[in-house]
Design a protein around this ligand. Structure first.
Ligand SMILES: C[S@@+](CC[C@H](N)C(=O)[O-])C[C@H]1O[C@@H](n2cnc3c(N)ncnc32)[C@H](O)[C@@H]1O
Length: 257
């Protein structure tokens, strides 16, 4: 019997630059979560897929390849670091994919054009807790510097995601325990999103969570009910789905791909 392994970006074809974030445990965790959710993604038939903070291009290229059957989808990716956008372009070309690339802060300048149109949004943000002054620095520092609790950039991305996600839009977001993923889910619940932690992975340094969020009219109704009843601590859909939840990766896992 022949088992078809879905294609993702190949590390030897992923371009690099000293000022650009190389694929690491967090990037691999995000792509593994997308792979595990591939059947749903294929059924979802997204029209527009987007990545905010594309870095080397490993994630958006993997998404385009794993959705390969859905050739009608349009791909767009942004990064604030111009080197990252150039490296992503090389990675995409090496894999024969097509992605529109934009150098911008989150999705600045695209929000009107993408208003409620994005069906799949993937984000591996700068999530490391750092001193405030490191946030927004240029080059490689912008890859990880997340400010207090690592939430500075995440908290700016969430309202943008709410603007650009379509009614059936899905957001896949990488977070650390220190970012308080439960609080992120509760915050998005108030905007009418259901959520689920679809993958948890402990590395030598980090405890990563990949959260999937999607608009859910029931969640909004329940939230309004809760507000009316002054009960705000109910969280729906927070049970992880049966994934291999905790796996341990070394820092050199890039070399094992
Ligand atoms: C942790 S890296 C992830 C890179 C890549 N997505 C991956 O998973 O390997 C975060 C990326 O977000 C970019 N970034 C940081 N702040 C940003 C912002 N305000 N707008 C757009 N991109 C940003 C960084 O330049 C970096 O490429």
């Amino acid at each position: 019997m022949c088992i078809m392994i879905p294609k993702i970006a190949q590390i030897p074809l992923v371009s690099s630059h000293p000022e650009v974030y190389d694929p690491c445990d967090d990037s691999f965790a995000l792509v593994d979560a997308l792979l595990a959710d591939r059947a749903n993604l294929l059924e979802h038939q997204p029209s527009i897929c987007m990545e905010i903070g594309c870095g080397s291009g490993y994630v958006i290229t993997s998404l385009a390849l794993l959705l390969g059957g859905n050739s009608s989808a349009y791909y767009i990716a942004t990064d604030i670091n111009p080197h990252a956008v150039r490296v992503t372009q090389e990675t995409i070309e090496a894999h024969g994919c097509h992605v529109e690339l934009v150098i911008t802060d989150i999705a600045s300048g695209l929000e009107k054009r993408l208003n409620r149109l994005v069906d799949v949004l993937v984000v591996n943000p700068p999530y490391v807790p750092t001193p405030e002054e490191e946030v927004g620095c240029s080059g490689i520092t912008s890859s990880w510097a997340g400010g207090v609790n690592g939430r500075d950039v995440i908290d700016r991305i969430l309202p943008v995601a709410d603007k650009i996600l379509s009614d059936r839009g899905w957001l896949y977001l990488v977070t650390l325990s220190e970012n308080n993923p439960l609080d992120i889910c509760l915050q998005m619940r108030r905007k009418g999103y259901a959520s689920r932690i679809i993958l948890q992975r402990s590395t030598q340094e980090e405890n990563l969570h990949i959260i999937k969020l999607w608009r859910d009219s029931e969640t909004l109704l329940e939230e309004n009910e809760c507000m009316g009843l002054k009960k705000t601590n109910r969280v729906k859909n927070m049970n992880p789905i049966p994934f291999p939840q905790v796996s341990v990766w070394g820092c050199d896992s890039r070399n094992n791909r």
